[in-house]
Design a protein. Sequence first.
Lengths: 383, 383
Amino acid sequence: MITPKKRYLLTPGPTPVPEEVLLSQAKPMIHHRTSEFRQILKQVMEDLKYVFQTQNQVLIFASSGTGAMEAAVVNLTADGVKFLPIVGGKFGERWKEICSSIGVDFIPLEVEWGKAVNPEDVEKILKSDKNIKVVLATLCETSTGVVNDIQKLAEITKKYDAILVVDAISGLLADEFKMDEWGVDVTVSGSQKGLMLPPGLAFISLSQRAWEIVEKVNVRAYYFDLKKARKSGAEYDTPYTPAVNLVIALSKALEMIKDEGIENIWKRHSQLATICRNAITSLGLKLFAQKPSNAVTSVALPSEIDGTKMIKFIREEFGVSIAGGQGKLKGKIFRIAHLGYMNIFDLLVGIASIEFALHHLGYKFELGKGLLKVEEEFLKQYK
Amino acid sequence: MITPKKRYLLTPGPTPVPEEVLLSQAKPMIHHRTSEFRQILKQVMEDLKYVFQTQNQVLIFASSGTGAMEAAVVNLTADGVKFLPIVGGKFGERWKEICSSIGVDFIPLEVEWGKAVNPEDVEKILKSDKNIKVVLATLCETSTGVVNDIQKLAEITKKYDAILVVDAISGLLADEFKMDEWGVDVTVSGSQKGLMLPPGLAFISLSQRAWEIVEKVNVRAYYFDLKKARKSGAEYDTPYTPAVNLVIALSKALEMIKDEGIENIWKRHSQLATICRNAITSLGLKLFAQKPSNAVTSVALPSEIDGTKMIKFIREEFGVSIAGGQGKLKGKIFRIAHLGYMNIFDLLVGIASIEFALHHLGYKFELGKGLLKVEEEFLKQYK
């Protein structure tokens, strides 16, 4: 009955790609230095502004989201500038690693994994060290399932005349995010999350304030040189070969996003996240994130259950992919995503497979309670 | 949360088509009068014998299953031969309509809808009317969800030297069926059911005994002339243009079927059917079929619920297609299929959407009970 084993992707990236998007990618290859492609690029660059909630240009790179993170740091490396990476999980650590690797001056703000950064802590540091000119933050810290208060961080950075760079790779479209209204200076994201695309595209958008700094930097990067990308982008072009079919797929995904409307998308993610959390706690399990993101629910496991085994069982037996813990959380938590192209039935499959695994691993709980909770919460929110 | 509305096809045909099969269909067009295509046709004609459980040739037509039903009747229309269509639902009626339309001599055996034919009733008629030489039966009567005892009918027809023609369109691969071992003379089927293909192909296989009659008939048909098809088929060819891409898709589907194994496929359908029936009755609903098929579960609705409204609600709100009643059962029953490319999670989606609809329509039941039953029954059968 488990055969045919179909694939259910409930991980916080890659996320399921709609059939229409997959098919749009499968169209015959076209050349990128053509008016046909430029027209597509123009449209997607315009539509991305809506997704980022900005009037700034959104640049597209053929790279993973990490590429855009590096681009942000390397292009903001002006003389005497010190960086403040906020480190509350694996992706906060990535900011720190990028700073190390590029060799910029930085002091990390370590945050207990599972907690959001306290904006007051950021304020204290900015107040005490005037050389800190760039704060590196994360919207949804995918490894812990925590969402950070970006709006508040933006207020503080503005007050101290620092630049706020936000990794919105997994959070974009799931957690509310308003780049211009909130005053975020740099936003980076990737394709394989809320944008419902395969991996391979990274995005970056900079405020006027950020561009002013970037313009003065003698950037020590070639591929990720934002000034070059900006110049080409102004003509709806790219300095190097773009990932043509992914851009075509992006145009289809953006069409779907505009049709649904960003407020509706945020609301759907919030509703699915609420239902998921309630289903999880109804099974007697504890949420790991103190301030949970709408992209992913991270769940603390009782010590008698090995998370790595649990994830493996679910994937191998049912074809359902959920994520385990990363770094120091390996084996101790699992993470179920409700990110991108997902609806109530995807959640039902996820919760059922978790119930089956808990049953298999001898955990004591009331069978069916998680599914009942999904139904109850759904009906509460439905109409 | 209902958005994105994905499609869930839980109807007894068309059934979900595996991605691998869909992609195989999307390969560039090839010509049919080539050794490349003949090689494919040879392989699928061999593999179809396994699915039909026969050593006889299985012929392929570009048509719906109904085409193969007509082919059976028109090619068996020898002088003085009288037909006995067994009519226990819409597809039994189709046998009768084909007989009428072709103008053959026939007497129908009417069976109460929802019940299987009593083989003794067939025996009585064959005993009393020696001119009846062809019995037209149905493996799974899709309109009522009933499975008929084909093995018993084959024993009886053999005893009275009559030919047994079986419409195995929706039953094939879901309900156990052994053409040669049981002594079935003619089997017809279609592509869009257990074979996991889009509609467009019909299949027919005849025993030696049936061919002896067909060979003598001066057939009043051109496209469905079985003698011509047999002759071409012997050289792995078709008299007229075959549905090339569907045949290529068929070869992929047959690969998957051989990999799973027909006994496992029968077992899976039987397990899913059992789980589905238990989930349905746990909601206080009644099964309509007295002897239910493993392809589809038909459910009698309480008079206060309009089945047509219910089906419409489920389809429009959730993107889930289940089937309503046909003919005189319209509005009175609904039918949920577990046929072809389906697993436990498909059933979960089906039962959840039925629970949501029942709740919406004000039916009194314990929410979540159907889903719990699915989980309980699954765990009983699992390992």
